[in-house]
Design a binder for this molecule. Structure first.
Ligand code: DOR
Length: 428
């Protein structure tokens, strides 16, 4: 490989507290120089932001089993175009990633596709059934650092406690889908006046909050690591804030749709807005934003959940929950949070990259951008405005709630160990 120098970019690297205009040279897969020099072939990056590649703690790549919705190759292609250099696919595939075989398969498919690094999440319980622990040890031996039955809660406090205790053996993390399902039978949207008006069964905020509270108590008691996925209510943000102040080993993520969209979208009855946990009220959106701003919520994670049109475009009641996220996450974050004055650009990049990498012990991603580090980088234009068109996405599915919206901020290049995975805004 010959050296290239990205010249004139604003380098925002939270891991080294850097935010200045400087030249970055990449050679043979690593960053070799950060400074005034132009050492390699010059690539003009004036007006662009150069940051550590993004890390998504929560995606659904659907392979094995639902290749009509997404594959490891198509999902990681969407990730590359979205500026990601690492993603963590959830275990709710078919078969479930509850043993080493599926984890190995996903790792192999990701290596073959080579669009971004993949760190599979293993299931907590066999078949996501909530009864017996999955083969956590065999998966941990393959490098799995996080276990989750995402989509399904670990209902039994005893199973959850055992899982936390077992995961602690490797200092691994349990991420529990925070939904007390005794309170959400048949739920279709956030519970409130609007759900009554629309005649759709409600998913009360308390269902999330009692589960988060239980898990914080269990993790705190054991000194085990807990990650709270897709935080959607003001009460859950408060619980996590208090737990962090008490030194519980907890990290949390929020999805772009939960800091952008509200339950009002359900008035369209368009199932593209159906998601689990559901879109909430204005106060919840505000609380999630505040949680990101004060560090209670560590990471922005997309919960990229592809569903094919013939499933998603049904009556609301019958459509599966979930939204695409990988190709719009940066733009939604910049438009809503940075332009909206909620986060500084550096905080936004920390939430998209540095914090998620650290929270999952992923090294080589999330910065620091310094000589010797792997060149896992993103360059984006923070000012470019573009209109989301589902037909232009890399994902196999089309269920983005942002279709037709004009957003600000577009990925120009993504580099994985110095190799372009996205070049000039297109898959490389
Ligand atoms: O909306 C969702 N879709 N929430 C989940 O927890 C699971 C996901 C899926 O797998 O489609």
């Amino acid at each position: 490989m010959t050296a290239v120098t990205f010249a004139g970019a604003r380098v925002v690297d939270p891991a080294s507290h850097r935010d200045d205009v400087v030249n970055v040279t990449v050679d043979d897969g690593i960053v070799t120089d950060v400074g005034a020099d132009v050492i390699g072939r010059r690539i003009d990056a004036g007006g662009l932001v150069l940051a550590p590649g993004f890390v998504d703690l929560h995606v659904h790549l659907r392979e094995p089993g639902r290749e009509d919705a997404e594959t490891v190759a198509s999902g990681t292609a969407a990730a590359a175009v979205g500026g990601f250099t690492a993603v963590c696919p959830m275990a709710n595939t078919d078969p479930v990633a509850d043993h080493a075989g599926v984890v190995e398969q996903v790792l192999r498919l990701a290596r073959d596709a080579a669009h971004c690094d993949v760190f599979p999440v293993g299931a907590v319980t066999r078949g996501l059934a909530g009864d017996e622990l999955a083969e956590m040890g065999a998966m941990a031996a393959l490098g799995v650092r996080c276990f989750s039955d995402d989509g399904m809660p670990v209902r039994s406090p005893q199973v959850m406690r055992r899982a936390l205790e077992y995961a602690r053996t490797w200092d691994a993390i349990i991420c529990n889908h925070a939904e007390e399902s005794a309170l959400t039978g048949g739920a279709q949207m956030n519970e409130g006046q609007l759900s009554t008006l629309l005649g759709l069964a409600g998913w009360p905020r308390e269902a999330e909050e009692v589960m988060v509270a239980r898990d914080l108590v269990l993790a705190g008691g054991l000194g085990a690591r807990l990650h709270v996925p897709h935080v959607s209510t003001a009460g859950a943000v408060d619980l996590i804030r208090v737990a962090k102040a008490r030194a519980v080993r907890v990290t949390a993520e929020a999805a772009p749709h939960h800091f952008t969209l509200t339950e009002e979208r359900a008035t369209t009855y368009d199932p593209v807005y159906k998601v689990n946990p559901p879109l909430r009220g204005k106060e919840d959106v505000e609380a999630v934003r505040n949680g990101l701003a004060d560090g209670t919520i560590d990471a922005i994670a997309t919960d990229h959940a592809p569903h094919p049109p013939e499933q998603k475009e049904q009556e609301w009641m019958h459509a599966p929950p979930g939204m695409l996220g990988l190709e719009t996450s940066l733009a939604v974050t910049l438009t809503e949070l940075v332009e909206g004055g909620v986060l500084t650009l550096s905080q936004a990049i920390a939430a998209l990259s540095t914090n998620p990498a650290r929270s999952r012990d992923i090294t080589g991603h999330g910065g620091p951008i310094q000589p010797g580090a792997p060149a896992n980088l993103v360059l984006f234009d923070p000012a470019q405005r573009w209109t989301v068109d589902a037909r232009g996405l890399q994902s196999r599915s089309r269920n983005t709630p942002y279709t037709g919206m004009t957003l600000q901020g577009k990925v120009v290049h993504t580099l994985l160990r110095g190799r372009f995975t996205c070049r000039d805004g297109a898959l490389a």
